[in-house]
Design a binder for this molecule. Structure first.
Ligand SMILES: Cc1cc2nc3c(=O)[nH]c(=O)nc-3n(C[C@H](O)[C@H](O)[C@H](O)COP(=O)(O)OP(=O)(O)OC[C@H]3O[C@@H](n4cnc5c(N)ncnc54)[C@H](O)[C@@H]3O)c2cc1C
Length: 291
C-alpha cells in the first residue's frame, strides 16, 4: 500500500480538480489521481465562452487551471485507476501495480465520447474488458481485439500482444508502428459484439464477422460500473443524490459521469459539492465512532 487518504479523487478533468482543490481548502488529505491533468476534453475545447470569468480556447483554459493548481499546491498523481474495491473502513484504489487506501472516493471519470456498441454491456466480464493491465493475462494464446478510441492507447495494445496469440487493433486514428509482430491494424470499426456464454465474434461496419475470444475497449472513460462493482448506474451515468452520494457508502461522483448537461461549470460545481459531502460523511463517521 502506498499511502492512506481521507479522499481519493479519480479523474484529471475539471470535476476532479475542483474536488481536489476544495478538499485541500477543507484540510483533508486527498489523492488526486488521473491519467493526465487538464488534458483530454478540456484541452480539446475549441473556444470556451460559457464559464464564468473566462473566455478563450481550451489550451488557455487548461493552462489557467494548471497555474492555479500549482499556486494552491494541489498535487496530482498520474495513473489510471483500474479498480475500486470496498474494504474495511473505506476503499482500495488500484492503478496497475499501485494500491492506495482511502476512506472515501469521488469518481470524476467523465464520459466516453465514442459511446458503446451493441452487445458490449451484455458481455462485460464474459469477454468484454476495459482494462488491458487487469485482464490481459487471461487471454494467453488467444485471439483478441483491441478497440482504441485514440492513438493514446497504443501502449495497452502492445501490452496485450505480450499475452495473446494475435491482437487486432481497431482505431480510426493513425497509429504509430507497433513493435510486436502479432498485431494487425484495421480501421473497419466493430459495430457489435456477439457470442453465446462468452464473446465469439465481432461484426464490423463493413458487415464482415471476425472471430475473437476477447475484446478490449480502450477509451478515456470506461463505464463507471466496470470500475466499481455494485455501483448503481442509469443509462451509463452514476446514479447520485443531490449531495452527489451514490448507493455505496463513502463513494461520491461528480461531473459528466453523473449525467447531463455536459458542461465545465456543472462539473466544477459538482466537484466542490462532492468534496463538502466527503467532509460531512467523515464527520458523521467520527461522531458515530464516539457514541
Ligand atoms: C470538443 C468539446 C468541446 C467542449 N466545449 C465545451 C465548452 O465550450 N463549454 C462547456 O461548458 N463544456 C464544453 N465541453 C464539455 C466539457 O468538456 C465537459 O463537460 C467537462 O470536461 C467534464 O469534466 P469532467 O471532469 O466531468 O470530465 P472529463 O473532462 O472528461 O475528465 C475526466 C478525466 O478522467 C480521466 N479518467 C477516466 N477514467 C479514468 C480512470 N479509470 N483513472 C484515471 N483517470 C480516468 C479521463 O481520462 C479524463 O482526463 C466540451 C466537450 C468537448 C468534447
Amino acid at each position: 500500500m502506498e499511502q492512506q487518504f481521507d479522499a481519493a479523487v479519480i479523474g484529471g478533468g475539471i470535476a476532479g480538480y475542483s474536488a481536489a482543490l476544495t478538499l485541500k481548502s477543507l484540510r483533508l488529505n486527498a489523492l488526486w489521481l488521473g491519467d493526465n491533468a487538464f488534458g483530454g476534453k478540456l484541452a480539446r475545447s475549441e473556444y470556451v465562452r460559457n464559464y464564468p470569468a473566462f473566455t478563450g480556447d481550451g489550451a488557455e483554459f487548461a493552462a489557467a487551471l494548471s497555474r492555479q493548481a500549482v499556486e494552491e499546491a494541489v498535487p496530482f498523481t498520474a495513473g489510471r485507476a483500474d479498480g475500486v474495491y470496498a474494504v474495511e473502513g473505506g476503499y482500495l484504489v488500484t492503478a496497475g501495480e499501485r494500491q492506495f487506501f482511502s476512506r472515501t472516493v469521488i469518481l470524476c471519470t467523465g464520459v466516453s465520447a465514442s459511446g458503446s456498441i451493441a452487445g458490449e454491456a451484455a458481455f462485460l466480464g464474459r469477454g468484454v474488458s476495459y482494462c488491458a493491465v487487469c485482464d490481459g493475462a487471461l487471454y494467453r494464446g488467444k485471439k483478441v481485439a483491441a478497440v482504441l478510441s485514440s492513438a493514446e492507447f497504443s501502449r495497452e495494445a502492445e501490452y496485450l500482444a505480450g499475452f495473446a496469440a494475435e491482437v487486432t487493433v481497431y482505431c480510426k486514428a493513425a497509429l504509430p508502428p507497433f513493435a510486436a509482430n502479432n498485431i494487425r491494424v484495421s480501421s473497419d470499426m466493430p459495430r457489435a459484439v456477439e457470442g453465446d456464454l462468452r464473446v465469439r465474434r465481432l461484426i464490423l461496419q463493413s458487415g464482415a464477422a471476425v472471430s475473437a475470444d476477447g475484446v478490449f475497449f480502450l477509451r478515456e472513460s470506461a463505464p463507471p460500473a466496470s470500475l466499481v462493482g455494485g455501483l448503481e448506474t442509469d443509462g451509463g451515468h452514476v446514479r447520485v443524490s443531490r449531495d452527489l452520494s451514490t448507493n455505496l457508502p463513502g463513494l461520491f461522483a461528480a461531473g459528466d459521469v453523473t449525467g447531463r448537461p455536459y458542461q465545465f461549470v456543472k462539473a466544477a460545481g459538482e466537484g466542490c459539492v462532492a468534496a463538502y459531502s466527503v467532509l460531512s460523511y467523515l464527520n458523521a463517521q467520527k461522531r458515530g465512532a464516539r457514541t
